[in-house]
Design a protein around this ligand. Structure first.
Ligand SMILES: NC(=O)c1ccc[n+]([C@@H]2O[C@H](COP(=O)([O-])OP(=O)(O)OC[C@H]3O[C@@H](n4cnc5c(N)ncnc54)[C@H](OP(=O)(O)O)[C@@H]3O)[C@@H](O)[C@H]2O)c1
Length: 302
């Protein structure tokens, strides 16, 4: 059996990793928070002590971007210290570690999509803590893949799609930020990309250096939070109620505790070239998530 440790199994990406059709000889271990607490290095070490894995996927994270501004210690513990301990273990065992990371490591001042080597300059605590996690992983585990993604959406947990879907059913109009550019990326697509990477690395353990390092993965195309909300409002108005008006506003008119980059675009050429992973258009991925949510809503009413 090939044994994969997946942290954050109750999160958007973690749920999709658990659902992914892995090869039959793969077994996933998805410990609960009480079995493996990412905020507690002793808990992580205790969990790893008597277990052997062939790869680790760290999809667990402290993702409350605004709350992180006032929970700095917790955000850094989960997003930087935990990856450090996992990377140390993976490095010692000589197994690959896939570390999920974020567009929020950038300040977004660049024009156009960010490439992997662009200088990082996080604007908020969450981004800084994730960048700390990246550095720890690079330092402690040679066979690492850091997979930066953006604007994760899914039918699970809390995310922008679910919030907007609820609000368009309650309000005649909504003000949504239109000057932050990026793409919604489906958690299911991210799980597929992670699975492809894990399979490739395990199939060729001494894989060429080109397979390791930092990669960007997100949907194809570009939009804004406003653009996503427009699609959601249109879907929610099919066939029934009057369509909620989605009004564009500027970031400066929607103050939040954490500053966010105006440009979250990630260039995916490297992962396309080295892993033959081809991102889908963001609209296709978003429509699939909306269909999943509509299906779940129908199932709960019947
Ligand atoms: N969400 C986004 O828009 C976004 C954008 C770019 C990158 N990313 C990155 O993508 C990855 C996956 O994100 P996601 O959206 O799937 O996150 P998510 O839905 O917020 O899930 C986070 C997961 O981490 C777990 N977790 C948090 N604190 C923990 C702790 N102390 N001990 C054990 N588990 C803990 C959560 O467990 P509980 O269910 O118990 O809370 C949950 O399973 C993360 O690395 C994130 O930084 C996310």
């Amino acid at each position: 059996m090939t044994s994969i440790l997946v942290t954050g199994g109750t999160g958007q990406v973690g749920i999709e990793l658990a659902r992914y059709p892995w090869p039959q000889d793969y077994a996933l271990a998805c410990p609960t928070r009480s079995e493996l607490d990412l905020s507690d290095t002793a808990s992580i070490r205790a969990y790893l002590a008597d277990r052997r894995f062939d790869a680790i996927v760290n999809s667990g994270a402290y993702t409350a971007v605004d709350k992180a501004e006032s929970e700095v210690g917790l955000a850094w513990a989960v997003n930087a210290l935990a990856p450090a301990v996992l990377a140390e273990a993976a490095g010692k065992a000589g197994i690959p570690l896939i570390q999920l990371s974020t567009d929020y490591v950038f300040d977004g001042k660049k024009d156009g999509p960010h490439v992997e080597d662009d200088p990082v300059r996080p604007l908020n605590v969450y981004g800084a803590s994730k960048e700390g996690g990246e550095q720890a992983v690079r330092t402690a585990c040679r066979s690492h893949v850091i997979l930066r993604t953006s604007w994760v959406v899914s039918p699970h947990g809390r995310n922008f799609v679910k919030t907007i879907l609820r609000l368009v059913g309650e309000k005649p109009s909504l003000d949504v930020v239109a000057d932050q550019l990026g793409v919604p990326t489906s958690a299911a697509d991210i799980a597929g990309a992670v699975a492809t990477i894990v399979a490739a690395l395990l199939a060729a353990p001494g894989a060429s250096e080109e397979r390791y390092g930092t990669f960007h993965y997100c949907s194809a195309g570009v939009t804004s939070w406003h653009g996503i909300a427009e699609i959601i409002a249109a879907a929610a108005a099919r066939p029934g109620p009057a369509r909620c008006e989605i009004r564009p506003i500027a970031t400066r008119d929607y103050p939040t505790p954490a500053r966010r980059p105006l440009n979250s675009r990630l260039a995916t050429g490297k992962i396309e070239e080295r892993y033959a992973i081809r991102p889908r258009q963001w609209r296709v991925a978003l429509e699939e998530v909306l269909e999943g949510l509509a299906r779940a809503a129908r199932e709960t009413t019947t």
